[in-house]
Design a protein around this ligand. Sequence first.
Ligand code: ADP
Ligand code: MG
Length: 244
Amino acid sequence: MKTLELINVNKTFYTELGALDVLDNISFDVNEGEIVAIVGPSGSGKSTLLNIISKLLKPTSGEVIVEGDIGYMFQHDHLFNWRTVWKNILIGLEIKKDKDEKKRERVKELLTKYELIDFINNYPQELSGGMRQRIALIRTLATSPNILLLDEPFSALDYQTRINVSNDIYQIIKDQKVSTLLVTHDISEAIGMADRVIVLSHRPAKLKKIIEIKIDSATTPLEKRKSQEFAQYFDVIWGLLNEQ
Ligand code: ADP
Ligand code: MG
């Protein structure tokens, strides 16, 4: 089953400086429970693509079909410093005026499972960057989205934290079986986390290739980094990103 389908999506921005073509005929889909990564150079149109999928922007032409609700997590965690962790996590349900106790129970289960329950009365500034990012993910999952959009979610973290947090977040996403579209410019992160990697060209972004990642010897992003196949996938994607 497809959770998300893009059909010939084009985007041109019209500004005082003229027309800027950003997306050139992008088509792909994300299947149920699948993690798809998008890699592309900075400024190629990756965030624009997520903004179109989440309906913050309209495509100039083409179609986006989404099955169910969307959860969108940005590069910065956007936690509110004046609200406790628990109040931050409930914000999506509050906005939707969703009083369903079952959803709150589910959130508590997630927080317990991922060892964050002891921090729900803390304020975000009291937590580490990696912990904040996991809280932001659980906040995004609180409304039970069918597809998760992640825009460079680890790029504000230092290298070591980034690897550890991407491992944790991979586990949460796979446990919860939520379809995910992960935007990143980090090739290793894409190979470690995704079932398929979409490689985009420079702006206007065209879809260069979709690469299926199969590393049978490893189950976590951290283990995958150590496999032989990893280096081969890296070379292929590096080559695609660097060709003119
Ligand atoms: P990426 O996320 O791949 O780094 P973006 O999607 O943010 O790239 O941006 C792609 C291009 O579109 C950039 O050149 C950016 O300046 C331009 N752009 C993004 N949003 C707008 C907008 N609202 N109006 C005009 N230009 C925009
Ligand atoms: Mg971006």
